[in-house]
Design a protein around this ligand. Structure first.
Ligand SMILES: Nc1ncnc2c1ncn2[C@@H]1O[C@H](COP(=O)(O)OP(=O)(O)OP(=O)(O)O)[C@@H](O)[C@H]1O
Ligand SMILES: [Mg+2]
Length: 389
């Protein structure tokens, strides 16, 4: 698929901007801080309902405005669709498809598909487990948009379960104190805790679905990531992608029922500890993806350049995977070329040049490799103007 038109209102630094886009390569070039990343961030938002730079929507709304609108015309084969998101920080966001009446924002997932690589991705390798979980889960949702529902079910159940555990933990601590009414506190905690069984089942059900999808994804990514790394940094690998679960030994090839059973049993075992700590200690939200380079973990061992190539290899693998599965995503490379030496630059450019749509940002024109001939836009002072060459 590709985006044939992007339209923003009060998004980031843009009061209004209209950007017609062609398939193939488009480069946005301009000095620092002029709004290049803001443009591609908006495209990424349509695909994931989130920004690659911030975790909340508030910074995406132009200072002084109270809502932002991101709209895109999307072409997939013969089909044309118009998607629109209205960002209302602090309130529910709204969405429309083809100007018709409103749908849930989640319903637009799958129309715009992107793989976005940006300097922030270094955190995939060097950062906390949460970064890698987000990488996996966003890709899972791109592959299968219905997983957005499973993820939000999981998050909701987790939150409620944690609230219950926290209350129980507090009541335990205070229940033993002089002056507190121990009998009443104990009985209400007992009643609350009996509902934990039900929450365990809900958590294990959604968790098993998420785990199964993560295992399937990792298995599919392994050979592709290895290949991409070899292309970027010949002889530097191999890469190792190993899932580190919080629920002990989990059968990676297990079906949903098996995974459900394993999670439920692990929650049962952890319960005492969880009630003491007041938080859910087992489940996909506590898991990690161990990234190995050769025999060593990349985190803590890999050099800056190696970490950068590793993160890029993961994104290129994601891109290859989505392409192989049919609906080709838009590839977004934000400020990537300046970080690479000439050889790696050329290699990357050759790899991505045939893509259906590739959006590139760069501060200087010379950073965009010659192979990536295509449309150029000059981005400066809130305007985006096509450069005829
Ligand atoms: N909510 C907002 N309201 C107004 N301006 C904003 C908002 N969010 C970001 N900006 C402005 O947008 C500019 C950054 O834009 P962007 O990150 O797209 O720059 P860039 O062209 O990619 O720069 P670089 O080359 O440094 O990566 C900054 O000047 C910032 O102050
Ligand atoms: Mg930028």
């Amino acid at each position: 698929m590709h985006v044939s038109h992007l339209s923003l209102a009060d998004f980031r630094s843009y009061a209004r901007v209209e950007v017609p886009l062609d398939p193939g390569v488009t480069a946005f070039v301009g000095p620092n801080g002029q709004g290049k990343t803001n443009l591609v961030e908006a495209v990424g938002y349509l695909a994931t309902l989130g920004s690659h730079r911030v975790s909340s929507d508030a910074p995406l709304v132009r200072m002084g405005a109270d809502r932002a609108i991101v709209r895109a015309a999307v072409v997939q084969g013969e089909r044309q669709q118009l998607v629109e998101l209205e960002l209302n920080p602090g309130k529910a966001n709204r969405a429309r498809i083809n100007r018709s009446s409103q749908v849930r924002p989640r319903d637009v997932l799958g129309i715009v598909r992107t793989v976005l690589f940006a300097p922030e991705d270094l955190a995939l390798v060097k950062g906390d487990p949460g970064e890698r979980r987000r990488f996996l889960d966003e890709l899972i949702t791109t592959r299968s948009p219905r997983m957005a529902g499973v993820r939000s079910d999981y998050d909701r159940v987790l939150k409620q379960r944690n609230t219950l555990l926290k209350t129980a933990a507090l009541a335990r601590r205070h229940g033993g104190r002089r002056g507190a009414p121990p009998a009443r506190a104990d009985s209400s905690v007992g009643a609350d805790l009996s509902t934990l069984d039900v929450w365990d089942q809900h958590l294990a059900r959604a968790g098993a679905e998420l785990l199964a999808q993560r295992f399937d994804l990792i298995a599919a990514l392994r050979p592709l990531a290895d290949k991409a790394y070899e292309q970027l940094a010949p002889g530097g690998g191999p890469l190792g992608l190993e899932y580190r679960g919080s629920a002990g030994e989990v059968p990676a090839a297990g079906n949903r029922e098996e995974l459900y059973g394993v999670l439920l049993a692990a929650l049962g075992e952890a319960r005492r500890n969880e009630i003491e700590r007041g938080v859910t200690l087992v489940g996909p939200h506590r898991d990690d993806l161990l990234l190995k380079l050769g025999q060593l973990p990349a985190k803590g061992y890999a050099s800056h350049g190696e970490s950068w190539s590793y993160a890029l290899a993961l994104r290129l693998a994601s891109y290859e995977l989505l392409r192989a599965e049919g609906n080709e995503p838009v590839l977004i490379l934000d400020d990537v070329f300046a970080e690479l030496d000439t050889r790696r630059r050329e290699r990357l450019a050759e790899l991505v040049a045939p893509g259906e749509q590739v959006l590139v940002t760069a501060a200087v024109d010379d950073d965009v490799p010659g192979v990536l001939a295509g449309a150029r836009y000059a981005v400066s002072g809130g305007t985006v103007e096509r450069v005829e060459r």
